[in-house]
Design a protein around this ligand. Sequence first.
Ligand code: SF4
Length: 375
Amino acid sequence: MDRRDFLKCSLATSGCLLLPGVSLSGNLFRVINPASTGLSRVEARYYQKLPDREIRCNLCPRYCQLGDRERGFCGVRENQGGKYYTLVYGQVASLNVDPIEKKPFFHFLPGSEAFSLATAGCNLHCKFCQNWEISQMRPEQVKSINLPPEALIAACERYRCPAIAYTYTEPVVFFEYMYDCSVLARKKGLKNVVVTAGFINPEPLADLIEVVEAIKVDLKSFNQSFYTEYVRGELQPVLETIKQIARSKTWLEIVYLVIPSLNDNPQEIREMCRWLKNEIGPDYPLHFSRFHPMYLIKNLPPTPVSTLEALREVALTEGLHYVYVGNVPGHPGENTYCPNCGKLIIERYGYAIRKKELSRNKCRHCGQVIAGVWN
Ligand code: SF4
């Protein structure tokens, strides 16, 4: 069994064997605290104290205001006597070694592996969530291992992954753990990538941007009523997040999961592409991903490939340079084409790289600079 197979077991999503106190390799998980309860008690950041032992959480645009012993919407942060705590610091509920293309990042260290993890919890409630077994659970409801930042970094190094990915659920809700791990990882020369729905306030995002190298934002629709009905969130803060990341040095990619009849209106997609081009420019990759029936939306079919192709065409016509079709292995829309000469420069099959025609950061055919972080 190679190291990727060995770690390809997510604690909650696939009945993984990585239970608290069980040492699988005799090395990596010696660090596990066998007495882990699934709960931590580390003071949260970004909150303010209010009278009568109430608090207000300022981490995300929900601004939960909570009395003593109450938890926020995300279920992983709790007011205890007027002090606010994260309950999931180091409480890892899913752990895998994944290709970076799976996140997906197509213009960031292609062909590399990311040590990928999540805790329980999410600050949204998407009816089509792929990881609802952990994202929509409280920490007591999922199996987790206690992996302090030092142990996480050591494990990542041992498995020779160049990057850590904070992913699967919503890393915003385990912000403190992600931040501390990122600071430590950077000191060791490792990169940090974040996979998020972007529902976060500007101040914590500004701090996060300083310590991570890439962020993928799931833009779920360009329509507030979709966010209200299917996500229980707001569109505008996500758009602000996208702009804020694009203004920084942190690499950005955007994923749009296309759900038949719910968010696949070509005119709306056209408006979204215009907004992206005007606000952040044409060079950040946009992935149109294929939906499969999931969680609370099982009554719709998978996205027709023809819909993904048509939307990709809309985005290219609007002038975006790197537009991909996702979740359709072998589709030509998985490849990167030079926006100048049109030649194929990275050929992919699913998560695998088959050919790379890049010379450093330039197209090998015409010398055009290709946006991204390539090494
Ligand atoms: S992070 Fe959680 S507790 Fe804080 S405002 Fe958002 S949903 Fe509420």
